[in-house]
Structure formats: structure tokens, C-alpha cells
Design a protein around this ligand. Structure first.
Ligand code: PLP
Length: 355
């Protein structure tokens, strides 16, 4: 149990009145805590949201010692605020921390930091359909030396941002181009399974190139053989090919998404078989050519389900399911957002109320 010292903002900020967008506005407060080898975590505090003083020699700035998490708090129709599977985020942050030699944080403390901060800023949780409060916990290495000798000092923080509905005009299927040059992360043994900033830095170029050509995102292939499908943009990916639901197996270079895991559970509970296996780009091409690709979709906290309506390979376009959302993707979207918004009963103990 953390002893959190709270310093409240003197004058609350005005709430945004226009469209919220994503990650543009931040609430009144933030959570912060320090770590030192030998001392552990200390000085847990909630303070007004604002800039943090940093040494220009901080290891986060030079060597990319940074990991993060992403989750959302939802207003339910009966006026409660709830999180979706926050202990999964806590577990995953520790898995990322282990890979980057950052310190472990007890899951209970992670959840306590998040819920205490949300509770203090609860008037920032938007109430309109499809909106939510995005929660961004993150940890940085903060050693003030250019020598690389492991992490001795770290900082854990949580910031909150009210965000708008991802889909303004329903679930619009996106167009995806298959990326042949860049890879998202190195292969097995690399950092693909962690949520670290460095993975994002390296994947920006391909995403930018795709957008310039008028496509939404890229389909990432594996770094070793450039043959197996890994993820789509910054989401996990699923396909329905000839009746079979498939998603790339978690081979080390793929981020273990909580939405992915939840989709697999819901599919199984609804009697669908889901195969986690390797899927080659040739298999996808064949299914596109002979019309057996019934549905394709991305999964992630931001959009929950993002149907794919078009694949582009070597400048040739292939339409998926008449660019409509498919039956399976729609069912998953309705189930997950229904549980998150409190419209559907949470029979799996996935939600946590923020009091
Ligand atoms: C966060 C993330 C996902 C999705 O994970 P969720 O827990 O479902 O939000 C997928 N791929 C990458 C690269 C990510 O960073």
C-alpha cells in the first residue's frame, strides 16, 4: 500500500468544450514516484499536472529508458467510473520493465496510483457516448550520467487525458499497406513484446510513408524472414480466412495486447475456435486473390476493434468484405465496448470500479 501525499491544484482548469481528439488535453493532477536502488520506491505523490525538472544527462533522454502503458476509464450509464482489466496493464508493465532493466512495481501499487489519481480528477471523465479518460502510466530511467551502467534511479508517473470517440461515423474500415522495407522491431530476443517508446520511434517512418500515400497504417512483417505477419500499425491483428479465425502467435516480437487476449476469450466463450499460429504474407495474399479472406481487423485499447477494408500490396488494392465491418468484428466490438460502458453484464470480472 502506497502512502500517497496529495497536493491539489490551486485553481481547477477549464474543461475542454470542443472535440476532445486523442491525448490533447490533460487533467488537473498527475501521479509521480521515485525509485533508487537500495531504497526502493519512495515519495509517492499527486501534484498539479505540469512540466517536470530533468537533468539533461538523464538516461531516459539519451538511451531510451522508457516504457509505458495505455488503458481507459469509462463512465457507465449508472454514473460509475470503471477500468477495464487494469491488473493486466500492471503485469505487462513489469514484463516491459524486466526487459529494459527498469525496476518492478507491485501490481497493487500500480492500480492504487491509477485509481487514486482518477478518483481525484473524476470530474474529467467524459460522459458522452464513446468517450473515455485515457490513462497513461509510464516509467523512465533517470540516472544522471552518460555512462551506461544499468538503472539506479527511476521515475514512475501517471497522467490522464479525456479522449473522444475513436469512431465519429461508425466503425470505418481502414486501408492497410504491407510494409516491405522497415520492421517494427528486431526479432525474437528484442523488445517487440514490451511497450517501450523505442519501438514507436523506429516504427514512425513506415507509418508516415503509408499516410503520405493515403493509407491508414502498415502491416508489419517479421524482421528475420520478412514473411510472417506480426501486427497492424500499433495494434494486434486478426483474420477470418475460410471460416478459421487466426491471429499471429506471441513469438516475442509481438506485443501481448489486452484487447487481443479479451477477443480470444470472448470468441472462445461464443463457440468460435481461434488459432494462434504463424500466418505468412503468402497465405494472406492467396486468401485475398481467391476471395477466402472474410474479415480482417486490428485490436487495441484506443479503437478496441479497427476493421480492415483494404490491403495494398505492390500498389495493387484488395478489398475485404466489401469494405464493411464483418459479423465477427462487430460482435467483438459490441461485447467489449458493452462491458466497458456497463451496458453489458461483466461476467468475467474484467472491470474495476474507481470509487
Ligand atoms: C499497446 C499496443 C497494442 C495493443 O495492446 P492493448 O493492450 O490491446 O491496448 C498492440 N500493439 C502494440 C505495438 C502496442 O503498443
Amino acid at each position: 500500500m502506497l502512502d500517497i501525499k496529495i497536493t491539489k491544484i490551486e485553481k481547477k482548469k477549464d474543461k475542454p468544450t470542443g472535440p476532445l481528439g486523442f491525448g490533447q488535453y490533460f487533467t488537473d493532477h498527475m501521479f509521480m514516484m521515485d525509485y533508487e536502488v537500495g531504497k526502493g520506491w519512495y515519495n509517492a505523490r499527486i501534484i498539479p499536472y505540469g512540466p517536470i525538472p530533468m537533468s539533461p544527462a538523464s538516461s531516459a533522454l539519451h538511451y531510451g529508458a522508457e516504457i509505458f502503458e495505455g488503458m481507459k476509464a469509462y463512465h457507465t450509464k449508472d454514473g460509475k467510473i470503471q477500468l477495464f482489466r487494469p491488473y493486466e496493464n500492471a503485469k505487462r508493465m513489469n514484463s516491459s520493465a524486466e526487459r529494459l532493466c527498469l525496476p518492478q512495481l507491485p501490481e497493487e501499487d500500480f492500480v492504487q496510483a491509477v485509481t487514486t489519481l482518477i478518483s481525484l480528477d473524476k470530474d474529467w471523465v467524459p460522459t458522452a457516448e464513446g468517450t473515455s479518460l485515457y490513462v497513461r502510466p509510464f516509467m523512465i530511467g533517470d540516472d544522471h550520467t552518460l555512462g551506461v551502467h544499468g538503472v539506479h534511479h527511476a521515475i514512475f508517473m501517471v497522467i490522464l487525458s479525456p479522449v473522444g470517440s475513436y469512431y465519429k461515423e461508425g466503425l470505418n474500415p481502414v486501408s492497410i499497406v504491407i510494409e516491405k522495407d522497415d520492421v517494427r522491431v528486431a526479432g525474437k530476443g528484442g523488445t517487440g513484446y514490451t511497450k517501450c517508446g523505442g519501438n514507436y520511434a523506429a516504427s514512425t517512418r513506415a507509418g508516415k510513408k503509408a499516410e503520405e500515400k493515403g493509407y491508414s497504417q502498415v502491416l508489419w512483417l517479421d524482421a528475420v524472414e520478412r514473411k510472417y505477419i506480426e501486427e497492424v500499425g500499433s495494434m494486434n491483428v486478426m483474420f477470418k480466412i475460410n471460416g478459421e479465425i487466426v491471429t499471429p502467435a506471441l513469438v516475442g516480437s509481438i506485443l501481448p495486447g489486452i484487447t487481443r487476449k479479451s477477443c480470444i476469450q470472448i470468441l472462445k466463450d461464443n463457440g468460435y475456435q481461434v488459432n494462434e499460429r504463424r500466418i505468412s504474407v503468402d497465405e494472406l495474399m492467396e486468401a485475398l486473390e481467391n476471395g477466402t479472406l472474410e474479415e480482417a481487423w486490428g485490436t487495441g485499447t484506443a479503437a478496441v476493434i479497427s476493421p480492415i477494408g483494404k490491403f495494398v500490396v505492390n500498389d495493387k488494392e484488395y478489398i475485404v468484405n466489401k469494405q464493411q465491418i464483418g459479423k465477427v468484428s462487430q460482435m467483438l466490438y459490441d461485447e467489449i465496448t458493452g462491458i466497458q460502458s456497463g451496458k453489458l453484464k461483466d461476467t468475467r470480472d474484467w472491470t474495476l470500479e474507481v470509487k
